[in-house]
Ligand binder design. Structure first.
Ligand SMILES: [Zn+2]
Length: 511
């Protein structure tokens, strides 16, 4: 056998070594798992006399190079079709990944011995090492901070995220958030989550599952998903679930998206929360107004100085925040303000919704930010009265949901891939008139490119073009968020105070 002939056999040994070093493989199981890998690759015997280089394998951030050797072999040797390579990759990896119970036991054990942060570090490392968070894609993400008029915005072009994920009609698992995705390697229409391992949590008398997001929009980006596939809804009890979560994970924030189409999560069919580390721009937003209520002597209510309407409720007692939220939600869901074109519902169809974030503030108080949102659309505003003009949607045509309300804009990979093309127009290397051809791959960027050329001309250098594109994106993100402010117009504050008065809050801080 020549050297290249047995690269795949060496890769099997490397994969077992990788699993031993990074995925909790017990040496006792190695011989058994070797046979299962041979079976998946339709091979009759392993290599002899080869020892993997432990030092090299221990430094690997991802098993991708080893898996690629194995799937390339399977395709070249015509054991599988090229189209089946991705599925084989997931099967190989899942074969050497620990069972779900082993991961959740290790998580609990680490939490008990070293604390919850160490347990989270362990689980996060598992997600990276099992390719559930694609390290190679995450490090290629391009991020920066924009200094907006009301505080900074974190902007990131996420190479793992495409503009509008393909809709799936899968019957099993029903959606990407279903926990049945662990171990499943069949066709679903979205990238498999085979090696996902979920940590069961009992929050507000219900079972939920914690897992890290494959997209990594920000540090510690996780989801907490319902054990059953049931739709999201605005419930007065959401803060109870969120504060129960924070009492286990005090170093994180947790958020709930508006449960309505166009202003919330891309998946409203499966109830879930999301969250991450507590460094979101909204958390530094100051106060536009302070209010208090006789019924809530130990609660501080703030209308934050932010791009859209975000109320902040803070108290040492979680019950005060929970009770105040229930009152605000109840009043807001039916609140219409014709002067603002704010329409609570059309018949049975609701347009008002809240999005939430919960965390401990720096004084360790229970803190809830409540975003007031509305998705009413009319003939003049088919995408919503509280949505931006379509040209700003070029850079992001998905919902402006709770993540953006936090001050965090995740822009799709397509924008990053098109950046050079956009620059070519600004440098005069491509002609604007070519974009009038609807078949031109850059046609969707016409409004953006036309505006950039209008503002900067085409007699600029590469650095100036890059800065101009970044500034355009920054300004556009600010506008996209500000457009969602339902109380943002001239009469807005007056109307908001009317609503808060109904809830029992008047301007003026608690003593
Ligand atoms: Zn689901």
């Amino acid at each position: 056998m020549s050297k290249s002939d047995n690269a795949h056999l060496k890769a099997i040994e490397d994969l077992l070594c990788y699993s031993r070093l990074h995925l909790m493989l017990n040496e006792e199981n190695a011989s058994y798992l070797r046979n299962r890998l041979l079976d998946l690759l339709d091979l009759s015997e392993p290599i002899r006399g080869y020892t993997p280089d432990e030092e090299t394998v221990s430094k690997m951030k991802s098993p991708s190079p080893i898996l690629k050797t194995l799937t390339d072999f399977a395709v070249t040797a015509k054991k599988i079709s090229a189209a089946a390579a991705v599925r084989l990759e997931y099967r190989l990896l899942d074969t050497v990944a620990p069972l779900p119970s082993k991961v959740s036991e290790a998580f609990d054990d680490t939490a008990a011995r070293k604390g919850i942060k160490a347990a989270c570090d362990f689980l996060y490392d598992y997600y990276v090492k099992s390719n559930s968070i694609k390290y190679d894609e995450v490090i290629s993400n391009l991020g920066w901070t924009a200094e907006g008029s009301l505080g900074k915005l974190n902007i990131m072009i996420n190479m793992a995220r495409r503009q509008r994920l393909p809709k799936t009609s899968a019957r099993y698992p029903l959606c990407p958030l279903c926990t049945e995705n662990a171990g499943f390697t069949g066709e679903t229409g979205y990238p498999p989550r085979t090696a996902f391992r979920y940590i069961p949590l009992f929050l507000d008398d219900k079972v939920w599952y914690f897992h890290y997001s494959p997209f990594k929009y920000f540090s510690g980006h996780f989801n907490v998903v319902s054990s059953v596939h049931e739709p999201m809804t605005n419930s007065p009890d959401s803060p109870k679930t969120m504060f129960d979560f924070l009492e286990i994970f005090p170093h994180y924030f947790i958020a709930y998206n508006a449960p309505l189409k166009g202003i919330g999560a891309s998946n409203t069919e499966h109830d879930h929360y999301l969250g991450g580390e507590c460094d979101m721009p909204i958390f530094s937003a100051g106060a536009r107004l302070r209010l208090s209520g006789a019924e809530f002597p130990d609660l501080r209510v703030t209308v934050t100085d932010w791009y859209n309407t975000a109320l902040r409720l803070e108290s040492r007692r979680r019950q005060s925040v929970e009770r105040a939220y229930a009152v605000i939600l109840n009043e807001f869901l039916d609140y219409s303000a014709p002067k603002l074109r704010l329409r609570a519902s059309s018949g049975k169809l609701r347009h008002n919704a809240t999005a939430l974030t919960a965390r401990f503030n720096k004084d360790n108080e229970y803190t809830l930010e409540v975003f007031l949102r509305n998705n009413y659309a009319d003939e003049e505003h088919p995408n919503g009265v509280f949505d931006s003009v379509p040209e700003y949607r070029t850079i992001k045509d998905e919902s402006i949901g709770v993540i953006e309300s936090l001050g965090c804009f995740i822009l799709p990979a397509e924008l990053g891939e098109s950046a050079q093309g956009i620059k070519d127009f600004m440098l005069g290397k491509s002609a604007l008139k070519d974009l009038s051809d609807p078949a031109h791959p850059m046609t969707q960027y016409l409004p953006m490119i036309a505006q950039l050329i209008n503002d900067n001309g085409t007699n600029i250098d590469e650095d100036e073009a890059e800065r101009a594109i970044e500034q355009y994106i920054n300004k556009t993100c600010e506008r996209l968020l500000a457009a969602t402010d339902i109380f943002g117009s001239d009469n807005g504050v007056k109307e908001l105070l009317k609503l808060l008065k109904k809830c029992g809050f008047e301007p003026g801080a608690n003593a």
